[in-house]
Design a protein around this ligand. Structure first.
Ligand SMILES: Nc1ncnc2c1ncn2[C@@H]1O[C@H](COP(=O)(O)OP(=O)(O)OP(=O)(O)O)[C@@H](O)[C@H]1O
Ligand SMILES: [Mg+2]
Length: 243
């Protein structure tokens, strides 16, 4: 595989090119480039405050890019409005618990699809991934446990049947069995639907169990990248994530 192909494969679903963004004076995301193909999982790893969430927010149009490009299946979506990006089959799962506490589980899921009918048709997807969520449709979302709220968040992304999912630290604060469940669901979704997934993570075992490729973000820049299957990966990555 040539270096050029790695930068932007012809079948790329998402391509980020020289992206720079931030909040005030100094950029937080600096000249970041990568691409993801259908059926591929790329994980962005980095310690606290390195710019991982800002990168996802820039792709989604919540934070303005000062330079660089974001392309979805070739179309330039740089600095488009978030709702327009979401309509292009991009599902964003933020780091914060972004569910509506006072709505029911079902009403939260309804926000992931365009009609009641689609929701009914796709409840089986939720049942297959997270039976615990499918069994609690009438329950107020705020009364779910922390782990269940994360499952609901991911379910709302899955039910949209996106082409690409942007998932920010889904494993954060979850017990190991729940982390393993998340990994199983992401793998199954990828295998079944060919969705492309951009994960942001600090949990190395989880990241390595699901991702095909990794990139390490350090103070807003990608300092290293490669294939997860490579033999030295775990040791190299651990070194980068050490405090
Ligand atoms: N809304 C904001 N306004 C100003 N600065 C911000 C804002 N959000 C984040 N930052 C700053 O941008 C930098 C990167 O933050 P970001 O949340 O992207 O990091 P992160 O890698 O996701 O960290 P974590 O692993 O803790 O979630 C930090 O220095 C942070 O203080
Ligand atoms: Mg973050």
């Amino acid at each position: 595989m040539s270096a050029v192909r790695k930068l932007e494969p012809a079948d790329s679903v998402l391509a980020v090119e020289g992206l720079t963004s931030g909040y005030d004076a100094a950029p937080v995301v600096r000249n970041v480039s990568f691409s993801i193909a259908a059926g591929e999982i790329l994980v962005i790893l980095g310690k606290n405050g390195m710019g991982k969430s800002t990168l996802l927010k820039t792709i989604m149009g919540f934070v303005r890019a000062s330079s660089g490009k974001v392309r979805l299946a070739g179309a330039d979506i740089t600095n488009s409005a978030p709702h327009l990006i979401a309509r292009r089959a991009v599902a964003y799962t933020p780091q914060e618990y972004a569910i509506f506490q006072d709505l029911t589980v079902e009403e939260n899921l309804r926000l992931g699809v365009e009609s009641d009918e689609l929701l009914r048709q796709r409840l089986d997807d939720v049942e297959a991934a997270f039976p615990r969520i499918a069994q609690r449709l009438r329950q107020r979302a705020g009364t779910l446990s922390g782990g269940e709220q994360k499952m609901l968040l991911l379910s709302r992304g899955l039910i949209a049947r996106p082409k690409i999912m942007l998932i920010d630290e889904i494993s954060e604060g979850l017990q190991p069995t729940m982390v393993a469940k998340m990994a199983e669901v992401l793998q199954a979704t990828k295998d079944k639907s060919g969705v492309a997934i951009l994960l942001v993570e600090q949990n190395l075992p989880f990241a390595l169990s699901v991702a095909d490729r990794y990139a390490i973000l350090k103070i807003g820049e990608i300092v290293e990248r490669g294939d997860v299957a490579h033999a030295d990966t775990a040791a190299t990555l651990e070194e980068h994530l050490r405090i």
